[in-house]
Design a protein around this ligand. Sequence first.
Ligand code: IMP
Length: 197
Amino acid sequence: MEWNKNRTFAPLLLIQPVMDTIQIKDKQFSISIKEEDILKEVKRVADEINRDLKDKNPLFLSVLNGSFMFTADLMKHIAIPCEVSFVKLASYQGVSSTGTIKEVIGINEDIAGRTIVIVEDIVDTGLTMQRLIETLGTRHPKEILIASLLVKPEKLKVKLDINYVAMEIPNDFIVGYGLDYDGYGRNYPDIYTVVEE
Ligand code: IMP
């Protein structure tokens, strides 16, 4: 093979640069949870689910967009018979005193009599989760369980039984590992917290 000086080679040892701070639009974020720590907790949650639901043939319902990375990493460690599907919450202006309400789209499976595990990125006020549980409840599942990557306990406004939680975090805005700021930042493998000026 002839030497081509324009050709690029994969480095022998890939050392991933960890960026301590990132800028997204008008905001700066600094690293707060490293990928390896996230993955450890995700694996722990998967182990708990494997133990608890082994005879229940669960249907995992992943809530897009934010939970795509969590879902992928979680499912790699789920070792029991199960199905995975994806739903989305679409905002629309409804005739409601609260203004914007959310519609659940993409439930194509018959969930009657099934054990459902909602896979969510983050529970903040809990209103999104409450809405989802209400909607799913009308289709008569056997039970609805929640697996959330993150919970901000100080911000919870509604009573929710969150069965599986990878990590609890303070009341700060975060991005990365699927979570976004104005559509950006979902691609980072680590989690970053906003730097308040
Ligand atoms: P809730 O209805 O207040 O619980 O909000 C849940 C949704 O808000 C999540 O599914 C996220 O999409 C979004 N969210 C809440 N907190 C954050 C955050 O810190 N960063 C990015 N998105 C967030």
